[in-house]
Design a protein around this ligand. Sequence first.
Ligand code: 13P
Length: 322
Amino acid sequence: MTLKTLTEVLAHAEADSYAVGAFNVSDLNQAVAVLRAARQEQSPVIVQAIAGMHPYDDEGWWWDRLRELIESHPTVDAVLHLDHGRTFDDCRRAIEHGFTSVMIDASRDAATDEPADFDANVAATRAVVEHAHPLGVSVEGELGTIGGAEAGVRGIVEDIIFADPAQAAEFVARTGVDALAVAVGTSHGSVKFTTDEQGQRLRIGLIAQIHAGIPGTFLVLHGSSSIPADSVRTINEHGGRLPSSYGIDTEQKQQGIASGIRKINQGTDSHLAWTAALREALDADRTTVEPSAAIGVTIDAMAAAVAQRMREFGSAGRLAVH
Ligand code: 13P
């Protein structure tokens, strides 16, 4: 079987001290790009979709096609993961559609978007674990609050509340989560930090402390796209209006991996590569309306961006998790 659980894939990453990229996809072509990169790089991969973020009429239809697409790549070890499930129902539905891993993000109150009370986060996360584990599905929770914007999930969130190592240990003991997203200085979205200095703010010591306290739980880094300046420049040269921004550079992510990070989420960098290629292609050829060439370059660009991360995270060449 192609589909793996998060636990199966990350156990190998923990043993050999590397991280597996979890790449956000919003449509089937983006999933084609991620799977192509995984096959080319001989890398395990986590394909993740955010609840509610896709262009289709019916989320269940989208999730079924996504699962089938992954299953049609029998040589790739892939996890199908729900990113930022906000409710128990999001997670239950994803499991019904064959997801092998779900994130319940109860770090903020789903109604008010205010940082959630610790006990409320524990209770919501525990309920998902009790449902998912008997079905063989892995669960990721979140502790602390990560800043920035998840389009379609919440608006810009300025406050970052760092994860606390003692609370992380209590959270894991009380919920039984397999993986934990920790707020250690990153921020979601294409506008992260407005100065280079702010971008250098991954709390490496904090990651190491949390890892030491919960060695059996896989640590997850959200919001760590690098925001490559060349993608931003290409987008703006072809009609875009992105403000300049700084992300988390490769060296910091690699220090994070050395300190215990095992899953690294990437949405924005992939989408930047995709959008830059699309804008450039449409600008270069203003008469063709048949879309296959333009869509083709977006797939190529996103596959290249994802493949680069697989090499940087150390997952390239590690396909054999059987
Ligand atoms: P970026 O916006 O930095 O790519 O982070 C994505 C993410 O963490 C999705 O959960």
